[in-house]
Ligand binder design. Structure first.
Ligand code: ATP
Ligand code: MG
Length: 298
């Protein structure tokens, strides 16, 4: 067995992909293989296309880490093919909302629906197979693998493809994400922009229908942010729905279709970016925070 295959198998064994062959998983997996270009479980694709059914729905979701609720009756809806930006002060529950969506955190109450399917109790693996791909606030590549191996691993895991079948599409994805020239570099040697690109490439490796981005622009220069937005727009043109957390408010003002501001685990303002960013609540939350920081530095 070659080293790469052994590494992949060990990574899959070590918890990122515990395979429990329940009846439901087999059903979802089989359905995914048959209909990779459409989301399995969708019973209402026409309603989705017509915007009558939300692609994503949080319905009074409560969730936390054992010390009280972080998400506090969070509710919102998003239509297919849109980019939803999510802003809010540190600790307001943005990443926790993404954890609930990706399946790493089970809600204590409420429901999450994707394309009409109740995904509240599905595992991370099942959601990956349904077409949910995510980036992490702190990039999580396998540092000792090359760029190519990292994306191939993600593709094998998320799309459930044999390694050989995955290879061609991985090279295509590396071209789209601007990483082709660096495909043989170790992930740990990449500069920040390329680490962010790799994070997006890994999240996109399973042909996601829903792409979850957690502060991918953080720490980048203005020019680098532009390059990243171009990439996200390119992915979005392939009719992917995106939920994108970002603190850089001016990015949110032109890069997203809709914007939600969270505070204390709730959706406090939701609407068009210009309206949300100029709402008194958002100004108070962000200006208030800046004034506190100015005081702390003085
Ligand atoms: N794994 C965890 N275990 C316990 N508490 C956590 C965990 N992750 C987050 N929290 C707590 O949950 C609350 C919300 O955190 P979360 O990471 O969702 O906020 P955020 O809005 O993403 O913040 P930031 O803008 O700083 O990334 C915080 O009080 C945080 O300390
Ligand atoms: Mg966060």
């Amino acid at each position: 067995m070659n080293t790469f295959l052994a590494t992949v198998q060990s990574a899959l064994r070590s918890g990122c992909a515990k395979r429990e062959n329940t009846e439901q998983k087999q059903r979802i997996g089989a359905s995914f293989t048959r209909r990779q270009e459409s989301v399995p479980g969708l019973l209402a694709e026409q309603e989705l296309a017509a915007g009558q059914l939300p692609f994503l729905k949080f319905d009074h979701v409560r969730a936390g880490y054992g010390l009280g609720d972080v998400l506090n009756e969070l509710s919102f809806e998003l239509s297919a093919g849109k980019i939803l930006g999510v802003v809010g002060p540190n600790g307001s529950g943005k990443t926790t909302m993404l954890n609930v969506l990706a399946g790493t955190l089970r809600p204590d109450a409420g429901q999450v629906y994707m394309a009409g399917l109740d995904i509240t109790r599905l595992s991370v693996e099942e959601r990956a197979r349904l077409g949910i791909g995510r980036t992490f606030q702190i990039p999580r590549p396998f540092p000792k693998m090359t760029v190519y191996e990292n994306v191939l691993t993600a593709r094998v895991f998320a799309a459930g493809l044999p390694e050989r079948e995955a290879e061609g599409s991985v090279l295509d994805l590396l071209k789209i994400t601007g990483l082709f020239e660096k495909r043989n570099c170790l992930a740990r040697s990449l500069p920040l922009l390329d680490r962010k690109r790799l994070e997006i490439a890994r999240a996109s490796a399973g042909n996601p229908k829903l792409l979850l981005l957690d502060e991918v622009a953080a720490g980048l220069t203005g020019l680098e942010v532009r390059q990243l937005i171009d990439l996200i727009f390119h992915l979005k043109s392939e009719s992917i729905t995106v939920v994108w957390i970002e603190h850089v408010l001016d990015v949110m003002s032109y890069a997203v279709d809709l914007l939600m501001c969270m505070a204390d685990g709730r959706n406090v303002v939701y609407g068009k970016p210009g309206e949300v960013l100029h709402s008194s609540i958002v100004e108070e939350l962000y200006l208030g925070r800046r004034m506190e920081e100015d005081h702390a530095q003085a």
